[in-house]
Design a protein around this ligand. Structure first.
Ligand code: SF4
Length: 352
C-alpha cells in the first residue's frame, strides 16, 4: 500500500503553510513523523576526511577552499593512498561502518578518477561502506565509481535555484541536479542538502527543501549546514541565522522527507545544547563528529559525548569506550586524523 507520508509533488504553498505553523505545532508534526520512521533516541555519527584541500577554482562565496578568496588555508595535494587506508582502518577499528573522502575539485578529471577508484576499492575492501564528495560527475564516472564499490555520493544544492545564482556563478543549479541524477542513475545513494546563512530568505530555504523532496527518490541523507563564517570569504560578515528559523528548516525537512537521515552538519559548534536538542526533537538524526570539519571547527568530541549522554541519545555504531574517551584537555590541538573515533557515516557538508 502506498505510504501517504512519502510524496514528491510538494508545492511551495504546502511547504510554506507547514513552515509557518505555530512552533509547537510544527515540532509536534515533525516529531510524530520522526518517531514513525526512526528511533528518536538514536543518531548516526558522521565525519569526513579531506583527501585534497584548497585550491578550488569555483567561486562559492561561503567556501574557504576557493582559490579566489584570501583565506588561511594550507593547500594540500591529493593525499597518498597509504594515508587514506590508514585512516580508514583507524575509523573501522573505532567502529566505523562507512568512510567518506572529499576533495576540493570543480569536477572529476580522468587522472583523479583513477586515484579515487583505487581509494574506493581499497576502503571497500576493508569492509567499510564508501562515500565521496568530489564535485560534478558525469554519468560514466558515476557508473565507474559504483563499479568499484561506491555506496554514497555527497553533492549539496546549497539553497534555492533563484538564490543560488548569487552564491555561485561558476556553475549552475542544473549542473548540480544533473550530477545528482547521474549518481542516482548509477545506483549510488544520494546525500544532498544545503547551507543556511548565505543571506537567503526563508522562502529560499523552503524552496531548497521542495527541490530535494520532489526528486524522484528522496536523498538518503540530507545535511543541513549553518554557515561557518570564514575570514576572507565574501560571506564572513553575514548575519547569523535565527535559531528558530534553523530548527523550523530541520522540521520541514523531516516532514517533507520522512525516511531520510537529516544531518545536523557544519556550524554545530555555534549552537548551544538546547538548540541541538530541539533539532533532534524536530527530526535531525545524524551529526558530524570530530573536532574539525575540513577546514573549520566543529563541536569537541568530549562535548558531543557529554551532550548525547545527557539526552540519552544512542549512536548507531558504538561510541568510544569510557576508558578511551578523550578529554577536552587531552584532545586540545589534535586533528581529527589523530583521534581514534567511532563513526557510522562519513559525509562532507561544504565542499562540492
Ligand atoms: S564548495 Fe566545493 S566547489 Fe565550491 S569553492 Fe568550495 S571546494 Fe570548490
Amino acid at each position: 500500500m502506498k505510504d501517504l507520508n512519502i510524496k514528491n509533488n510538494w508545492t511551495t504553498e504546502e511547504l510554506q503553510t507547514i513552515y509557518d505553523l505555530p512552533f509547537n505545532d510544527l515540532l509536534w508534526k515533525s516529531h510524530e513523523l520522526h518517531r514513525k520512521y526512526h528511533d528518536p533516541n538514536k543518531v548516526q555519527i558522521s565525519t569526513l576526511m579531506s583527501i585534497k584541500t584548497g585550491g578550488c577554482p569555483e567561486d562559492c562565496k561561503y567556501c574557504s577552499q576557493s582559490i579566489r578568496y584570501d583565506t588561511d588555508i594550507n593547500l594540500e595535494k591529493t593525499l597518498p593512498l597509504a594515508d587514506i587506508i590508514k585512516q580508514a582502518k583507524d575509523a573501522k577499528n573505532s567502529g566505523a561502518t562507512r568512510f567518506c573522502m572529499g576533495a576540493a575539485w570543480r569536477n572529476l578529471n580522468q587522472s583523479n578518477l583513477a586515484k579515487v577508484k583505487e581509494m574506493v576499492r581499497e576502503v571497500k575492501g576493508l569492509g567499510l561502506e564508501t562515500c565521496v564528495t568530489l564535485g560534478m560527475l558525469t554519468g560514466q564516472q558515476a557508473t565507474e565509481l559504483k563499479d568499484v564499490g561506491l555506496d554514497y555520493y555527497n553533492h549539496n544544492l546549497d539553497t534555492s535555484e533563484e538564490y543560488y545564482k548569487k552564491v555561485v556563478t561558476t556553475r549552475t543549479y542544473q549542473d548540480r541536479l544533473d550530477t545528482l541524477q547521474h549518481v542516482r542513475d548509477a545506483g549510488v545513494k544520494v546525500c544532498s542538502g544545503g547551507i543556511l546563512g548565505l543571506g537567503e530568505e526563508n522562502i529560499d530555504r523552503i524552496k531548497l527543501i521542495q527541490v530535494l523532496a520532489n526528486l524522484e527518490n528522496h536523498p538518503e541523507s540530507v545535511p543541513i549546514n549553518r554557515l561557518v563564517k570564514v575570514e576572507g570569504t565574501p560571506y564572513f560578515d553575514n548575519f547569523d541565522v535565527d535559531e528558530f528559523d534553523f530548527i523550523r528548516v530541520i522540521a520541514l525537512a523531516r516532514i517533507a522527507m520522512p525516511k531520510s537521515y537529516v544531518r545536523l552538519s557544519a556550524g554545530r559548534d555555534t549552537m548551544n545544547d538546547q538548540m541541538q536538542a530541539l533539532c533532534f526533537f524536530a527530526g535531525a538524526n545524524s551529526i558530524f563528529y570530530g573536532e574539525e570539519l575540513l577546514t573549520t571547527k566543529n563541536s569537541t568530541i568530549q562535548h558531543d559525548q557529554d551532550l548525547l549522554e545527557k539526552l540519552k541519545i544512542k549512536t548507531q555504531a558504538p561510541m568510544l569506550k569510557e576508558k578511551n574517551k578523550i578529554s577536552a584537555k587531552d584532545s586540545g590541538g589534535n586533528k581529527l586524523k589523530d583521534i581514534p573515533i567511532s563513526v557510522k557515516d562519513l559525509q562532507k557538508p561544504l565542499v562540492s
